[in-house]
Every structure is written in structure tokens, then in C-alpha cells.
Design a protein around this ligand. Structure first.
Ligand SMILES: NC(=O)C1=CN([C@@H]2O[C@H](COP(=O)(O)OP(=O)(O)OC[C@H]3O[C@@H](n4cnc5c(N)ncnc54)[C@H](O)[C@@H]3O)[C@@H](O)[C@H]2O)C=CC1
Ligand code: BAL
Length: 498
């Protein structure tokens, strides 16, 4: 953990930041061709941070051309993997040298606590880039079984120019999850940050250039979904798109691909993730700590948040008492105060959306107040077919459902359109493993909440995911494609390849 500063010291760092304002294309900052800008707001204070270039279709076309030129001339895509590794390691080191600046920029842009930015988002971003850099010169291609007169090679090639469409909840970390494997594979990238949180992606692109990643390889186009996301999704010269965000927008990217060049699409989308606590769960205090972390970490603005607690009736009351006690250890307030664990929601619009779930009449068991962009960690006792039980709220709201037995718990866990993550708390190893297998979700944790780490694939079943996975070696499949090369070694022209 890095040494944290005081609130006043963080405010001084924030005041001294030089905030990026323009798109990053072909190795330099550039205004939008239309000259338009949009406001970047600090959601914790409502203050205008800066005005940022609002890109449009003409900027997309220009950036794609530059990315394509870079890809085709091989300045990055055809480097020896160890050379890309070296550049990515330099890049990770440069991020580390600028870690504090990035953490403060991330916090004021998104409302996330400086504690999380300093201890999770920035260090994990750096770790992710290093991990993919270290991997890239250790992946081997394959040779298929073939006759003595032939060689059949199965090789992976970078897929080409990729569009990376980012959400606002982990601006740096989701950037890293996508650029790490994409750059390691040799792709040229066009990043479209969420309009709420564009600052750190722009600064990171500049640092990538400083680290020696060639111009044209790493481009960032700030702007709205319809003005930048859609033209990227529909572009005929983009080979793949990797998206993280809502299920509704994810569906759009499938349509864009179908109606354009059938580009590869990977979608990492929403969740309504169950945390099942069975009657034999051990150490309810520890369970409560995991539930609180799963539900309230990052203000619940987390696609894998444990937003549905499915609890056996026999342990419900004692568990809820402990949840309340642990939640008291999560102070809410100024994100730049390093004592705080709950910051501001990302925007006024999102705050209003989250608050609407508090207005719809469920029984409030804890919390329930909301003001000026901040929502108190809240526990609701909900009925099964209510919006609070079924919809992704993406705020610090835990919806509690009560069950009578194991089978009912598993059935309820699966009674959702989503399938991103789940956790199950039980002392019975058979129930744990059977439950983990029975739950239709991409990640299941037993007796803990977590997302795994960089070494394990992350993505969802059902409406939570489509296509490839982020993280792990598996992430490279998104950014590479297989090619088979047959070589005829015979002297006899009659021996055909077959
Ligand atoms: N899975 C996750 O990690 C995330 C889930 N969400 C969920 O989505 C809800 C809505 O949040 P939004 O910011 O509106 O998510 P969103 O899915 O609309 O935005 C994600 C990205 O897609 C882009 N986008 C938006 N509309 C687009 C369009 N028509 N064509 C192309 N690109 C487009 C956005 O500019 C952003 O970069 C949240 O309340 C939450 O429930 C939001 C962010 C992340
Ligand atoms: N929790 C990391 C992925 C996401 O929230 O989008």
C-alpha cells in the first residue's frame, strides 16, 4: 500500500494537476475536428474540472486511418514480442512514477475514494500491464499432426485495429484490462472512454507515447456514445470491439457489427449478483464483512457487486446485525479524504437513477439517505418480483431475499437474466461445490467475495457477457486470430495438401 497523504495534501495535488482536454490521435493531443467540447464535472463537488474535445465521426475516421497505418506498417504489430514486452514494462514503470497524479485525477473525475484509487485502481492497473507484458514472449504457437511431407502450423496473429469502449466505474482499471492484452498482442487501439470519466485514459495515452509505444498505436477519442461509440461499432475498418458497460448498450454493439463488417465483439455487461448465505455458514462476522465489501465497495458501482443477498431465514437476523456493524466501518464523504471508503456516485444522472430505487417503497433495514451525489450504504428487505430484487441498481444498495433451504437459494440465484458473478457461504464442501457448479455465472466465489485476479478470466453468462473474456491468458483470444499455414515439403507435385 502506498503512503497516503492528508486531505489537504490531496487537494493541493488536485489543484496542481494539468488536465488533458483533447483527443489523443497519432501520438499527439488534438481538438475535435468540429471544435466542440463537453464539460467534465467533479461529481463530489459539482465543480467544472475542464472542457474536453467532443469527438465525432470525422475524428473516428481519422483515428482509424492512423491506427490502420500503424498496424499495417508493423511499427508495433510486427515487433518481436520481447520488444513489445520491454516497451510495455517501461510504460508500466512510467505509470508507477505518475501513480499519485493518476490516483487523484481518477478520484476527482469519478467520485471514487482516493483510498481505493491509491490502493486498488492504480496499483492493479500497473500490475495488469506488467502481467500481460510478461506473458507475451512466453506464448507458443502450435504445429498440428500432419504427414511427413507437410507441416501444418497454427499461429496467432494480432486481430488488427480494435475499438475499446469503456465504462465509468473503473476508468483506469477497465482501460488496463483491455489495453494490456490488446497492446501485448500487437494491435492498434482506439479507446473510447465513458464521457463521465475521460481524463485518466487521455493521460495514460500520453504516458504510453513517452514509454516508446509508437504514434498511431494508442489513440483515445473522448465523446458521447452515439457520436464516438456508434461510429466505432459500425466502422468497416475496425476488426474487433471490446466493450464494458450496460447490457442495453452491449446489444447495440452486436447490431453495429452485424450491420457493418461482422467485426469480432466481446461484451462484458451488467449483473445482479447473488451472495447466498446458507444455514450452516461459519463465522457470520466474517461473512458479513465479505457481504459489506461485495455490496458497498466502489459505491456498488461494480458489475460484479453482490447486490442480492439470498439468506437462509435461520441466520438472517444475526447476519444483518453484523452487516450493520461492518457497514459502520465504511465512512462516506469527501473522496479526497483518505479515511473515507464511500465516495460520490459518478454523476447527477446516475445519482437520480439510484435514488429512484429508494423511492419505490421497500422496507429500509439500514441507511436509506441520499444527498448531493452521495448515497448512504443501504440494506433493503425486498420482495422477489420488485425492481430492487431484479434490476441492476449500480449503487450502494443491498437487496435482501429470504429462503428456507438450499434448493430454493440456488433456484433464486439463477432466477435472473444476468450471470456475471455469485458467492456462496457454507461450511459444507459438497454444497459449496455443487452450488458453485449449479449457479450460472462466470465467476463464483466460495466463502468470500472477489473477482479473482488478473490471472483468471472475467466475464459473464447469459445477458452479462458475450464473446471472449477479460483477464488471464484467455484475454489474448479477443485480440488475436488463428491462422493455419500448411507447408508442402514433398518433391512430388501430385501430393496435395488435404
Ligand atoms: N458492466 C459494467 O461494468 C457497467 C454497467 N453499467 C450499467 O449501465 C447503466 C447505465 O450506465 P451508462 O453509462 O449509461 O452505460 P453505457 O453502457 O451506456 O456506457 C458504456 C459505454 O458505452 C458508450 N455508449 C453509450 N451509448 C452508446 C451507443 N448508443 N453506442 C455506442 N456506445 C455507447 C458510453 O459512452 C460508454 O463509453 C449503469 O447504471 C449500470 O447499471 C454501467 C457502466 C459499467
Ligand atoms: N468489476 C470490474 C468490472 C466492472 O465493474 O465493469
Amino acid at each position: 500500500m502506498s503512503d497516503l497523504l492528508t486531505t489537504e495534501e490531496y487537494k493541493a495535488v488536485a489543484a496542481g494537476l494539468s488536465l488533458p482536454m483533447q483527443a489523443f490521435i497519432d501520438g499527439s493531443f488534438q481538438p475535435a475536428k468540429s471544435g466542440k467540447t463537453f464539460d467534465s464535472i467533479n461529481p463530489a463537488t459539482g465543480e467544472l474540472l475542464t472542457k474536453i474535445a467532443a469527438c465525432g465521426v470525422e475524428d473516428v475516421d481519422f483515428a482509424v486511418q492512423k491506427a490502420r497505418d500503424a498496424f499495417e506498417d508493423g511499427r508495433w504489430s510486427r515487433l518481436h514480442p520481447s520488444e513489445r514486452k520491454d516497451a510495455l514494462i517501461r510504460f508500466a514503470k512510467l505509470l508507477k512514477r505518475n501513480a499519485r497524479e493518476l490516483a487523484v485525477m481518477e478520484s476527482i473525475d469519478s467520485g471514487k475514494t482516493i483510498f481505493d484509487c491509491e490502493t486498488v485502481d492504480v496499483p492493479e492497473t500497473i500490475h495488469c500491464l506488467k502481467w500481460h507484458a510478461e506473458l507475451i514472449d512466453k506464448i507458443y504457437d502450435q504445429v498440428a499432426p500432419a504427414s511427413d511431407n507437410h507441416i501444418a502450423m497454427i499461429v496467432r496473429e494480432p486481430v488488427g485495429v480494435v475499438g475499446l469502449i469503456l465504462p465509468w466505474n473503473f476508468p483506469l482499471l477497465m482501460l488496463a484490462w483491455k489495453i494490456g492484452p490488446a497492446l501485448a498482442a500487437g494491435c492498434s487501439i482506439i479507446v473510447k472512454p465513458a464521457e463521465e470519466t475521460s481524463l485518466t485514459a487521455l493521460r495514460v495515452a500520453e504516458l504510453a507515447m513517452d514509454a516508446g509505444i509508437p504514434a498511431g498505436v494508442f489513440n483515445v477519442l473522448p465523446g458521447s456514445g452515439p457520436d464516438v461509440g456508434e461510429p466505432l461499432g459500425r466502422h468497416m475498418d475496425i476488426d474487433a470491439v471490446s466493450f464494458t458497460g450496460s447490457t442495453e448498450t452491449g446489444r447495440r454493439f452486436l447490431r453495429y457489427a452485424a450491420e457493418s463488417n461482422l467485426k469480432e465483439v466481446t461484451l462484458e455487461m451488467g449483473g445482479k449478483n447473488p451472495a447466498i448465505v446458507l444455514d450452516d455458514a461459519e463465522n457470520l462476522d466474517r461473512v458479513a464483512a465479505h457481504i459489506v465489501n461485495g455490496a458497498f465497495w466502489n459505491m456498488g458501482e461494480n458489475c460484479s457487486a453482490s447486490s442480492r443477498l439470498i439468506v437462509h431465514k435461520s441466520v438472517k437476523d444475526s447476519l444483518l446485525e453484523r452487516i450493520k456493524a461492518h457497514a459502520r466501518e465504511w465512512p462516506m464523504g469527501d473522496p479526497l479524504n483518505p479515511e473515507n471508503r464511500v465516495g460520490a456516485l459518478v454523476s447527477k444522472d446516475h445519482f437520480d437513477k439510484v435514488c429512484s430505487y429508494l423511492d419505490k417503497g421497500p422496507k429500509v433495514m439500514m441507511g436509506g439517505s441520499a444527498k448531493d451525489g452521495f448515497v448512504e450504504p443501504t440494506v433493503l428487505d425486498v420482495a422477489r418480483d420488485t425492481p430492487q430484487a431484479r434490476e441492476e441498481i449500480f449503487g450502494p444498495i443491498l437487496s435482501v431475499l429470504t429462503v428456507d433451504n438450499y434448493d430454493e437459494a440456488i433456484a433464486l440465484a439463477n432466477d435472473t437474466e444476468y450471470g456475471l458473478a455469485a458467492s456462496i457461504f457454507t461450511a459444507n464442501v459438497k454444497r459449496a461445490i455443487r452450488g458453485a457448479r449449479a449457479i450460472r455465472a462466470g465467476t463464483v466465489t466460495v466463502n468470500s467475495f472477489g473477482e479473482g485476479d488478473i490471472s483468471t478470466p472475467f466475464g459473464g453468462f447469459k445477458s452479462s457477457g458475450f464473446g471472449g473474456r477479460d483477464n488471464g491468458i484467455h484475454a489474448h483470444e479477443q485480440y488475436t486470430q488463428l491462422k493455419t499455414i500448411w507447408v508442402d515439403l514433398s518433391d512430388d507435385a501430385d501430393e496435395a495438401v488435404n
